[in-house]
Ligand binder design. Structure first.
Ligand SMILES: Cc1ncc(COP(=O)(O)O)c(C=O)c1O
Length: 442
């Protein structure tokens, strides 16, 4: 495998030239901040299976999988064939299609908590639809969410996602901070922020808002909060509190649905009222979905005498996404789930051995088919423990760059996801490169 380090000057010229053009038309030269790298982003030429080849012809094993969204790697032949066939029949209609019914039937069969489902176009939209459905069902405006958790761009869902030691306030009562400058102050009045994995503190905060919350929005393994699975007592406390309060539990499984056949909710034998999904369910195309109790989902029912939450979307349930999603999810059967999870377990065990062997201060968190390397002594239990000060963030970037130059794409927090097309050799190669990386940054 070629690596960036072995390339000549002309290679740099191509990406440098592309980035110079991009800077003239895109803010910061990118459409998504995630792909920004110094001194310029890498530009893809093509990809297949677990390999991505950039415009300079350099091949890398992809552990980023488009931010945890590709479960079968790139250009899976079954998905390419199914989508190609659909492309010839048309891509979007002002009419319903059978494929959306077939996909809805498939998804509703995956989890007992999915009595009804609606498809949207992104995780952000799924979370937003879930919050609005919860508000419409309860007639209450407020929501609660975990400090530091990322749920997409909806104003209410992003509150306190980027809190830092200068503004996060008292751990007993985390501060309610906006993310985007100019967020309307009213948004902050309607969001309650709770600490992860601390049932006593979380319940004490929620108790101050009894009868006023539409939902508690929860990701049971939030990436930015450290990618540690929630402790069962925390999840149980929130389920119990919401049930007694008459508010809803809205689970964000945009990432974690890849963890088990019926999503990470099955780790806890949990029946959320609503579940937001996205990423892998699009089979490589933009997608989201909101699923849950039929009485709650009925707020969107256009046949009702009074529609409490009118809901639509021009490209929602378009047949291209539905075809790709159904094909991908049918292939992501119990055996495939076990395969990707076993690959991640192997990676975690190997990296833990490398940590031990190299003596670096580091640890690994994660669950299912995703894991994250921290340059910390102990796995963080909440956002404040997971917080990465600048010097540590710079070392993480060096580690991710080392891996990139050695032929491995990681998510920029040094997180990784496995896909069904990966092999144990791919995992062992990553572990070896990680061990070298630990030495390089020590
Ligand atoms: C847990 C979670 N929720 C919601 C979202 C938003 O999804 P999208 O980027 O598709 O809008 C993300 C995206 O990374 C996510 O990780």
């Amino acid at each position: 495998m070629d690596t960036v380090n072995s390339e000549e000057d002309s290679v740099e010229d191509m990406s440098t030239a592309l980035y110079a053009r991009a800077l003239e038309v895109l803010p910061g030269g990118v459409s998504r901040n995630t792909v920004l790298r110094r001194p310029h982003p890498a530009y893809v030429d093509h990809a297949s299976g677990s390999r991505v080849v950039d415009v300079e012809g350099i091949e890398r094993i992809d552990f980023a999988n488009n931010m945890a969204s590709l479960i079968h790697g790139h250009a899976h032949p079954a998905i390419v064939d199914a989508v190609s066939e659909q492309l010839h029949k048309g891509t979007a209609f002002t009419m319903a299609t059978e494929i959306e019914i077939r996909y809805a039937e498939h998804m509703c069969a995956r989890s007992d908590s999915f009595e009804r489902i609606r498809f949207v176009n992104s995780g952000t939209e799924a979370v937003m639809a879930g919050v609005k459905a919860a508000r419409a069902f309860t007639g209450r405006p407020m929501i609660a969410k975990v400090e530091g958790a990322y749920h997409g761009l909806y104003d209410y869902a992003e509150v306190s996602q980027t809190s830092n030691p200068t503004n996060w306030g008292n751990p007993e009562e985390p501060a309610v901070n906006p993310v985007a400058h100019g967020t309307p102050p009213g948004v902050l009045d309607d969001v309650v922020v709770i600490p992860f994995n601390n049932p006593d503190r979380a319940i004490a905060i929620l108790d101050q808002h009894r009868g006023r919350l539409a939902c508690v929005l929860l990701d049971v393994m939030p990436h930015r909060v450290g990618l540690s699975p929630a402790e069962p007592a925390f999840v149980e406390a929130l389920r119990e509190w919401t049930t007694h309060d008459g508010s809803l539990l809205l689970l964000d499984e945009v990432i974690t649905f890849r963890s088990e056949y019926g999503g990470a909710q099955s780790w806890y034998d949990l029946a959320p009222d609503l579940t937001a999904m996205g990423k892998l369910i699009g089979g490589g195309f933009p997608a989201g979905a909101i699923a849950g109790r039929s009485d709650v989902m009925d707020v969107m029912n256009p046949l009702s005498a009074r529609v409490l939450f009118p809901h639509s979307g021009t490209f929602s349930a378009n047949p291209v996404t539905m075809t790709a999603g159904l094909t991908a999810m049918e292939m992501f059967d119990v055996e495939s789930v076990e395969h990707v999870n076993a690959l991640a377990d192997r990676a975690v065990a190997g990296i833990e051995d490398a940590i031990h062997a190299t003596g670096i201060t580091a640890c690994v968190t994660g669950g299912g088919s995703m894991f994250r390397v921290h340059l910390k002594e102990r796995p963080p239990r909440d956002y404040r423990e997971a917080f990465t000060p600048p010097e540590e963030a710079a070392r993480i970037t060096s580690l991710v760059d080392h891996l990139f130059n050695a032929g491995f794409m990681m998510i920029n927090t040094c997180s990784a996801t496995t896909s069904t097309v990966m092999t144990t050799e791919d995992i062992d190669a990553l572990v070896e490169a990680m061990a070298d990386g630990f030495i390089a940054i020590s």
